[in-house]
Design a binder for this molecule. Structure first.
Ligand code: HEC
Length: 105
């Protein structure tokens, strides 16, 4: 019985635990986009944020964390990364053609 435990059950357990850890590691979000996509879909589909302005995004994420209990899934640091990412998809820095021409002179 002891031999069975040592030769079969133990290696099986070790491999199972390793497989779980590797799966967890593979599924970890790595880029800001992935943090947004993974964290913000814990409770609902990926939200359509086209109606929100860049200024509203921090308030929206705070609202999710503080009023909708998203704190359970989204840490403070992750919230900053996610806000940065969403805002970056919106912000288009207006560049006037005039200022470019002036630079060239
Ligand atoms: C803990 C669960 C949870 C997480 C995580 C979560 N939300 Fe929500 N969210 C809700 C609930 C609950 C509602 C309101 C009911 C619904 O529409 O399902 C909601 C609604 C919304 C709405 C619609 C708001 C409105 O007034 O119609 C937006 C937009 C939204 N969430 C964005 C986000 C974003 C962006 C994230 C990631 C930062 C996020 N949510 C993460 C729970 C969550």
């Amino acid at each position: 019985m002891k031999l069975v435990l040592k030769r079969i059950v133990l290696p099986f357990l070790v491999i199972t635990i390793l497989a779980l850890l590797v799966t967890k590691w593979i599924n970890m979000p790595r880029t800001p986009k992935e943090f947004f996509e993974k964290r913000c879909t814990n409770c609902h589909d990926l939200p359509d944020l086209t109606e929100y302005t860049a200024e509203e995004i921090p308030k929206l994420v705070d609202f999710m964390r503080n009023s909708k209990n998203a704190k359970r899934y989204i840490s403070e640091d992750e919230a900053i990364v996610i806000i940065d990412y969403i805002v970056s998809t919106k912000a288009s820095i207006p560049v006037s053609v005039d200022s470019l021409e002036n630079e060239r002179r």
